[in-house]
Design a protein around this ligand. Structure first.
Ligand code: ATP
Ligand code: MG
Length: 561
């Protein structure tokens, strides 16, 4: 069913208007243009979902174009990581393209502009050029090199290309208007000299095109109908249009730049420069550290592609800058995993529980439902025996009436198993509890239909059978920053707000034996605790899980203290 105009986001409304004004919907074409200088983050996911979402909605191709004009920062491994992340999110691009493929075409067009008297070589330093830029209220000053002859410009530009000058010695500038109200139009730089090896073109080029010159022309070459970027480029739109119109081929579709607000998220930083700093200075263990807001970090943390896409849709596309609460992201991962993740029992801080009236050596395999939210998930069997582990925090020798877990002389249910009653404890000399002794009611087995099984008891505990339990390393991850806006403080660095408890490694955990076959990337709900995923660090004899999110939001509570 067709959506009403009200439910369209404002970019879709622009496209609908263009179609209403005669744009052939078959000519719609979009692109996602990452610079391969780092991994994609949750902010990029907004742009990916928007561009590829438009592609799906209008059945239009979407190019993946690497915006690779700065050889200093770009690397092949980032290209590979970016492709992998987009594929993992489930989007399909039409073509993989590189701005560097257009270097020759861009050069030829720059020569044309010089010939038309619309570009010139400037010998000044970048400081001198900046000093002549003027201010928003005062016009700039013309460069002394602005009126060079076409012949001289052509010769110098060619020599720049041939590597005859040092970095910074000369630039090519567009000759527009030094008193233009839009400062981006005051003779912007088109080319700079860089004697650097490019990851794709090697040492072929000694000059590299600037973003504005490259981006619009790349859109134009690819016949992109709508070039969607973030708000900080709004003021570049005049220049985008100028470049496109100057090299206009009447047969090609003129691309249109439109802007939307960046996705900002609370409790994290998103700029690639800062993320790179976190990696390089060892504050995290790489780009895919589960605390990073990168797609690869979220994947390793246990986020599903659906949870990221659902989050992106819920957060929406805005015209004004704003900050999205990270709790919305956490809500969406919980929501999706609640529907899809199998339930299992795992005890993270184990204490022995002995069922004194359960026969020694006896072993039962009890039926446990895999997912109460999804009947098709079926069930499995879990072993039960005389010696179990329960969570240390699930027992208190003495407790008030609000404590619905195990205490002496009171009954609780063991999940999928029996009702038990606390009887006594065994302690060491220092008074630490070593074991809890309890009795069970043999008639109370879950699902057996007996009167005893229907008896209502207040608490239900998870547990694992000691004999069959398997050990695991559990990495308890929390937010990387303990401040809502770590990079907004004037006299402090975002690094000052790193949460020292963002990773706690727990090696005591005992898991139900069904988890022995779990593979990296498998996601589970550890009942009563949270969602966990198998980490790729897992080996034959060390099963490693990462906590994705706890079931309940402990963070809001902590902040109130
Ligand atoms: P950063 O400042 O983090 O380095 P960037 O904009 O330089 O980001 P690019 O690789 O150039 O990163 O971005 C590719 C595309 O993703 C661009 O179209 C950009 O506008 C978009 N994008 C980047 N960050 C965000 C964000 N936080 N929210 C929405 N879109 C984003
Ligand atoms: Mg960029």
């Amino acid at each position: 069913m067709a959506k009403t105009t009200d439910s369209l986001n404002f970019i879709e409304q622009i496209i609908e208007e263009d179609i209403a004004n005669g744009l052939d919907p078959k000519k719609l074409r979009f692109r996602f243009p990452p610079e391969p200088n780092g991994h994609l983050h949750i902010g990029h996911a907004a742009s990916i979902c928007l561009n590829f979402g438009l592609g799906k909605k209008y059945n239009a191709p979407v190019n993946l174009r690497f915006d690779d004009t700065n050889p200093v920062k770009e690397e092949q491994r980032y290209i590979d990581a970016i492709k992998r992340d987009i594929e993992w999110l489930g989007f399909e691009w039409d073509k993989v393209l590189f701005a560097s493929d257009y270097f020759q075409q861009l050069y030829d067009w720059a020569v044309e502009l010089i010939k038309e008297g619309k570009a010139y070589v400037d010998d000044q330093t970048s400081e001198e050029i900046a000093a002549q830029k003027g201010t928003p209220t005062e016009p700039g000053v013309n460069s002394p090199y602005r009126d060079r002859s076409v012949e001289e410009n052509l010769a110098l530009f060619e020599r720049m290309k041939n590597g005859e000058f040092k970095e910074g010695e000369r630039v090519l500038r567009a000759k527009i208007d030094m008193s233009h109200v839009n400062m981006h139009m005051r003779d912007p730089i088109m080319y700079r000299i860089l004697h650097k090896t490019h990851h794709r073109t090697g040492d072929q080029w000694k000059i590299y095109p600037m973003y504005d010159w490259t981006h619009g022309e790349s859109d134009y070459i690819e016949s992109i109908s709508h070039s969607i970027c973030t708000l900080e480029f709004k003021s570049h739109r005049d220049l985008y249009n100028w470049y496109v119109d100057e090299v206009r081929d009447p047969d090609l579709l003129r691309p249109k730049q439109r802007e939307f607000a960046r996705r900002n998220l609370s409790y994290t930083v998103m700029s690639k420069r800062k993320l790179l700093q976190l990696v390089e200075e060892g504050h995290v263990n790489g780009w895919d550290d589960p605390r990073m807001p990168t797609i690869s970090g979220l994947r390793r943390r246990g986020y599903s592609p659906e949870s990221i896409i659902n989050f992106s849709e819920a957060a929406g596309i805005a015209k004004r800058d704003n900050v999205t609460d990270i709790a919305l992201l956490e809500f969406h991962v919980k929501d999706h995993l609640n529907k899809t993740a199998p339930r299992v029992m795992a005890v993270l801080d184990p204490i022995k529980l002995i069922i004194t009236n359960y026969p020694e050596g006896k072993e039962e395999w009890l039926i446990a439902e895999n997912n109460p939210e999804d009947e098709s998930a079926g069930s499995r069997e879990v072993p039960f025996s005389r010696e179990l582990y329960i969570e240390r925090a699930d027992f208190k020798e003495e407790a008030n009436r609000k404590f619905f877990r195990l205490t002496l002389d009171k009954e609780v249910r063991l999940k999928n198993a029996y009702i038990i009653k606390g009887e006594s404890v065994v302690k060491d000399e220092a008074g630490n509890i070593l074991e809890i002794h309890a009795t069970y009611d043999p008639d109370s087995k879950s699902g057996s239909g007996t009167e005893a099984s229907k008896r209502r008891v207040k608490g239900t505990l998870h547990w694992v059978s000691a004999k069959q339990a398997i050990p695991a390393e559990i990495r308890i991850y929390d937010r990387l920053f303990n401040d809502e806006a770590p990079d907004s403080h004037k006299d402090k660095s975002f690094l000052d707000f790193i949460n020292p408890d963002s990773l706690v490694i727990d090696k005591k955990a005992k898991l139900e034996p069904n988890l022995a076959t779990a593979k990296p990337g498998d996601r589970f709900q550890f009942q009563r605790l949270g969602y966990f995923v198998v980490d790729p660090d897992t080996t034959e004899d060390n099963l490693v899980f990462n906590r994705t999110v706890p079931l309940r939001d402990t963070w809001a509570k902590k902040q109130q203290k």
